[in-house]
Design a protein around this ligand. Sequence first.
Ligand SMILES: NC(=O)c1ccc[n+]([C@@H]2O[C@H](COP(=O)([O-])OP(=O)(O)OC[C@H]3O[C@@H](n4cnc5c(N)ncnc54)[C@H](OP(=O)(O)O)[C@@H]3O)[C@@H](O)[C@H]2O)c1
Length: 328
Amino acid sequence: MIKFGTVGTGWITESFIQAAKLSAQLQLVGVYSRTEDKAKQLANTYQAPQYFTDLSEMAKCPEIEAVYIASPNSVHFEQTLVFLKNKKHVICEKPIFSNLAELEEAYRVAEENGVYLFEAIRNVHTPNFQILKERLHIAGPLRSAVLPYIQYSSRYDLFLQGEEPNIFSAKYSGGALVDLGVYPLYLAVGLFGEPNTVFYHPVILRSGVDGSGTLVLKYDHFVCTILCSKTSHSELPCEIHGEKGTFILEDAAPISEIKLVDSHSKETQILSVEQEEQNMVYECRNIAKIIETGNVPEYEKYKKWSIIVLRITEEARKQNNIIFETEK
Ligand SMILES: NC(=O)c1ccc[n+]([C@@H]2O[C@H](COP(=O)([O-])OP(=O)(O)OC[C@H]3O[C@@H](n4cnc5c(N)ncnc54)[C@H](OP(=O)(O)O)[C@@H]3O)[C@@H](O)[C@H]2O)c1
């Protein structure tokens, strides 16, 4: 059992705590908030024995072995470093950091301190991702894929009223691609590897970040198109087109259902299994297992995917002059 603490008090932190409990491999021992009342309340709700309002104090706590960070994107890096330097493993929410330089520095510090650093991304840890990866060859040579993640954000209403919620802000390293696009992008990188070229066509908001966009990943004889948006709604599934068959995924995350349609007979089979409703449980289990067993090849696999994903989003931003405040 790995003893962990949390940073941030949004709904996603509660979701992670519930998933961690379900995994039976991570035990909550402390929570952090910038506000004492919020820290106390979260600690009470989930019976955490300790709460903190000072990050450095939490990082020095001997009972804590790992930390889950779910703060705004732009503060992930500085908070992660505090814990890594105190020899705590870090599980940091997606998008892990603002740019590749930060990611490389954080991996260096993690290695120096003999701890692991993970990006919390739920879909590539699920059983259905594993099934898809193992069965991908059935579709024959792949020619195209369309992977949407289009979800109207309630925070867009606030943005339209003149506010600037963190997720639509360059100050907090927001935008549709890094927020939602990373799910289909992780699918693409996990299934097809690193593309040869990347083109991003965003719709830029008044805050300077993308509210939506189309990312085109070009591989040898295969093109993958990722659609992401926080300003509209879609019910499009994901599709991966091979010469022999087409995979239809109900969603990019958590990959609830996978169908395979034969190109000739149009016969359809269901390949997926029923997943846990609290689907963050799979990332909790995989990450805890890597930390406990010290499975370096598995760790290196996720590390490589994080690097490729961040390299792509950084290149996509560069093409469109989307500059985060931390980079100015
Ligand atoms: N995996 C998923 O499905 C999923 C879903 C949603 C979000 N996320 C990720 O989780 C992270 C948090 O998202 P969110 O929407 O919860 O963000 P948020 O509401 O902007 O902030 C989350 C928490 O961080 C703290 N915080 C807020 N502003 C801060 C600041 N300027 N400096 C330091 N801490 C600050 C707050 O906690 P205190 O006031 O208690 O300190 C707040 O509850 C993001 O990286 C996001 O991409 C992942």
